[in-house]
Design a protein around this ligand. Structure first.
Ligand SMILES: [Ca+2]
Ligand SMILES: [Ca+2]
Length: 117
């Protein structure tokens, strides 16, 4: 009986840890970045996402590699600034900067609109 109970506790513990994949790793990466590198948390995430998406590890994203991600697929042509059919990490960085600027501008406009009401 005690053995069965122990098994259940173990299963629950496993289930909980599976429910939050990568959280400790992300926290560790952020702490590591703060300690060593001038990279922001967002840049580290972007780099990791890029490497994760780059299935064939050729250092660039093809349309097929982002096909599973509708938002990325939609942004593909915009991000591919030199129109070679691939998005390099440099292109992702440029796109991310523009995207963040647009988001910030949109948010500022939103707040301004909300403030006027
Ligand atoms: Ca690739
Ligand atoms: Ca390109």
């Amino acid at each position: 009986m005690a053995g069965l109970l122990g098994g259940l506790v173990l299963l629950t513990a496993c289930g909980l840890s599976l429910a939050q994949p990568g959280v400790p790793e992300e926290a560790a990466a952020a702490a590591d970045a703060a300690a060593h590198a001038p990279l922001t948390k967002g840049e580290i995430k972007a780099r990791r996402d890029f490497q994760m998406l780059d299935f064939n590890k050729d250092g660039k994203l093809s349309r097929a590699e982002v096909a599973l991600f509708p938002r990325l697929a939609a942004a593909f042509d915009t991000a591919d600034t030199d129109k070679d059919g691939f998005v390099s990490f440099a292109e992702v960085e440029v796109f991310a900067v523009q995207y963040r600027a647009e988001r910030a501008a949109a948010k500022a406009a939103e707040q301004e609109a909300a403030g006027k009401k």
